[in-house]
Ligand binder design. Structure first.
Ligand SMILES: *[C@@H]1O[C@H](CO)[C@@H](O)[C@H](O)[C@H]1NC(C)=O
Ligand SMILES: *[C@@H]1O[C@H](CO)[C@@H](O)[C@H](O)[C@H]1NC(C)=O
Ligand SMILES: *[C@@H]1O[C@H](CO)[C@@H](O)[C@H](O)[C@H]1NC(C)=O
Ligand SMILES: *[C@@H]1O[C@H](CO)[C@@H](O)[C@H](O)[C@H]1NC(C)=O
Ligand SMILES: *[C@@H]1O[C@H](CO)[C@@H](O)[C@H](O)[C@H]1NC(C)=O
Ligand SMILES: *[C@@H]1O[C@H](CO)[C@@H](O)[C@H](O)[C@H]1NC(C)=O
Length: 291
């Protein structure tokens, strides 16, 4: 103990350190003879080679046993999330605000929708003759040459006046703006287990009822056809497009309302407190311009 507490000068410490680095008395470098250093280096080199090989082998076995067409893990997503476009959101809530009197404001909205709909261009999609409206499109086998499965086309013309084909403003230059509702994909998910009702989008006005004259849906009745389900994953269906529903809201009065759009089907839950976007999307729609 006494030696530990003993005060030493800086010079002595430096000398000690120097002796530690190279001790000429017994020929050690950092406490070991060069010969020992060679052995220890060889030992560690071999150790790391073995560890790396074991690790690589484990990864290889894991990759080899995984099915590339199935998701690696999918334990949490039991019910899909729902999103609304244009995605010009506010700070915390989804706030879709535009000014129909200001061209700069409404072109921002319409170009957002136009960009979103780019993949839905009619001539970009290959025709699939096996899609039967109203029934799930199950595909056991890979039928196309590249080991993929077919996807039903969703031409944007199905969105009628909200397709942007006839009205490039999507209604944002006036008081009937279009919104697009999309449900996220989940591999193998079937939204409904019975034939009693269609899978469809239903929007309700949460507040500002007096400011909404009517709500229109495209395709008709806001239906998401069954032939777009199930989704088999990006590798199996590289050309898959989510079915969409356009909602056209006729704003009157103060031109502000809070809406909730829900995808209705018996397998889609929407009351999960922790997942506010599960099965539904709430948003405020506001037109600042005068009409
Ligand atoms: C909407 O745009 C018009 C025309 O640019 C402008 O006069 C008006 O102040 C804008 N309204 C709001 C609330 O920003
Ligand atoms: C698609 O239809 C053709 C005949 O029209 C049939 O030969 C083929 O098996 C069908 N493919 C699938 C995946 O159902
Ligand atoms: C198959 O893949 C090749 C190269 O990726 C592509 O050029 C070809 O169009 C694909 N065929 C089909 C039917 O998708
Ligand atoms: C909005 O744009 C469409 C298509 O360009 C046009 O037919 C319509 O008259 C415009 N509405 C207003 C209020 O300017
Ligand atoms: C739903 O309808 C399709 C065809 O209309 C039929 O093949 C299927 O068995 C029906 N499913 C149920 C659960 O009734
Ligand atoms: C939409 O939901 C509301 C409230 O749940 C309901 O009253 C209405 O009938 C539904 N409309 C459609 C078309 O399903």
């Amino acid at each position: 103990m006494a030696t530990l507490k003993e005060k030493r000068t800086c010079g002595q410490r430096c000398e000690d350190f120097g002796r530690f680095v190279w001790n000429s008395d017994n020929g050690t470098l950092m406490g070991r003879t060069p010969e020992k250093w060679v052995y220890i280096s060889l030992y560690y080199a071999a150790f790391y080679v073995v560890m790396t090989s074991l690790f690589s082998l484990a990864i290889w076995v894991l990759m080899y046993t995984l099915d590339p067409y199935a998701p690696d893990y999918q334990d949490r997503l039991l019910s899909p999330g729902v999103m609304v476009w244009p995605d010009k959101y506010g700070e915390e809530h989804v706030e879709i605000t535009y000014n129909s009197s200001d061209k700069h404001s409404w072109t921002k909205m319409s170009s957002c929708l136009d960009t979103f709909l780019k993949p839905y261009k009619d001539d970009k999609q290959t025709e699939c003759d096996n899609c039967t409206k109203g029934t799930y499109f199950f595909q056991k086998h890979f039928t196309t040459p590249n080991n993929t499965k077919k996807s039903c086309s969703f031409p944007r013309s199905l969105l009628g006046p909200c397709s942007g084909l006839h009205d490039s403003t999507f209604g944002y230059n006036c008081t009937m703006p279009c919104l697009i509702i999309k449900m996220n994909r989940i591999i193998g998910f079937l939204p409904s287990s019975n034939n009693k009702s269609q899978i469809h989008v239903n929007c309700t006005v949460l507040s500002g009822k007096e400011n909404v004259k009517k709500i229109e849906y495209y395709p008709d009745k806001g239906i998401m056809d069954r032939s777009y389900f199930p989704y088999y994953g990006n590798l199996a269906q590289p050309h898959y497009l989510n079915p969409l529903v356009a909602v056209r809201v006729d704003l009157v009065g103060k031109q502000q309302a809070k809406l909730q759009c829900r995808v209705v089907a018996d397998k889609i839950s929407y009351q999960n407190f922790h997942e506010p976007y599960e099965g539904k999307v709430d948003f405020t729609l506001t037109n600042l311009g005068n009409h």
